[in-house]
Design a binder for this molecule. Structure first.
Ligand code: NAD
Length: 293
């Protein structure tokens, strides 16, 4: 199946859809923000004005939306995509979405004979651009096997986790680690700065030492050290603070559901909540350093 409808052309979706074009997939694209069509205007992609035009024939759907609410809006309701999906279509949701929404949508699709794969990704914008994402997939294994060639054009590590929702469980746990890691990086750099350590030297040492992390090496919150980090661009996301807040909340809801305490995750959630409440939700998540000093 080489016909794809791609929905959500934001920071991640746009480069992912562009990679599909490079692999000559027959692509329809849709976003509620029409400004995001710009990179696709002079390409072979068909730009769709209404979501109802995304379906019509048997194809694979890929969504890259902010959260579970936007997925519900797209799929359910009067003009929802669900009404138009053909039997045996595959719907791959690459967004990071809460478990409950994922299960509701996958059950509704199953009733229509549509295979839903929760397939959240990790690797940030650089991973999306370079097709080096890690993709963790939950859902029907046969549908996964059919989609693997396609997913391999978007990511380097494509891993089947298990039944529906398990991709999102892994993603929420991963992002809880990411939020905690970022806060650790911020605190360590602020402490070293107070002791007047040259921060470039501090980075050169710690990025090659046991304190190193992906958050540090990719999204360093200090300007002028790591190429392409949001700190070099006034903290323009990147990965918006409101998105990690959503992911940390998902992780807390999951922890509550199984009766365990994840104290660092909870503290990370509180700090990001405070940060977003200061009207900073559209800054990159690394900008949290601004309220830690
Ligand atoms: P984004 O906000 O830049 O993009 C989301 C896009 O979806 C926007 O263009 C928006 O207009 C569009 N959209 C929203 N509702 C829609 C609807 N109902 N129909 C059609 N389009 C709709 O977000 P992003 O940074 O690209 O992230 C997308 C998802 O990937 C999120 O769930 C995020 O948590 C996850 N993620 C992000 C990163 C990152 O580094 N940015 C990394 C890994 C995972």
């Amino acid at each position: 199946m080489n016909k794809i409808s791609f929905i959500g052309l934001g920071n991640m979706g746009s480069p992912m859809a562009s990679n599909l074009l490079k692999h000559k997939y027959d692509l329809k694209v849709f976003d509620i923000n029409k400004n995001n069509y710009k990179p696709f205007k002079k390409t072979n992609a068909i730009i769709v004005e209404k979501k109802q035009e995304l379906s019509g024939d048997k194809r694979i759907f890929i969504s890259m939306l902010p959260d579970g609410e936007s997925l519900k809006k797209l799929v359910l309701g009067k003009n929802g995509l669900l009404n138009n999906l053909k039997k045996n279509s595959i719907f791959i949701d690459c967004s990071s979405v809460d478990y409950n929404t994922t299960i509701i949508i996958s059950e509704k699709m199953k009733k229509k004979g549509v295979h839903f794969l929760d397939s959240p990704v990790s690797g940030g914008i650089s991973g999306a651009k370079n097709a080096t994402l890690t993709i963790m997939v939950g859902g029907n294994k046969k549908a996964f096997d059919k989609s693997k060639i396609l997913l391999n054009t978007l990511g380097k590590n494509v891993i089947y986790v298990g039944k529906s929702g398990t991709g999102q469980i892994v993603k929420a746990c991963n992002n809880m680690m990411l939020g905690i890691n970022m806060l650790g990086v911020c605190e360590a750099f602020l402490l070293a700065k107070k002791y007047k350590i040259d921060l470039k030297k501090f980075y050169d040492i710690t990025s090659k030492s046991s304190g190193s992390s992906w958050a540090m090496n990719t999204h360093l919150p200090i300007e002028g050290i790591v190429k392409n980090s949001a700190a070099n661009n006034n903290f323009k996301p990147g990965y918006a603070a409101k998105l990690i807040l959503k992911d940390l909340q998902i992780a807390q809801d999951m922890a509550k559901h199984v009766n365990i305490k994840t104290l660092l995750g909870l503290n990370a959630l509180k700090l990001y909540k405070k940060f977003c409440n200061l009207d900073k939700n559209n800054l990159d998540y690394s900008a949290i350093i601004k309220i830690l000093s």
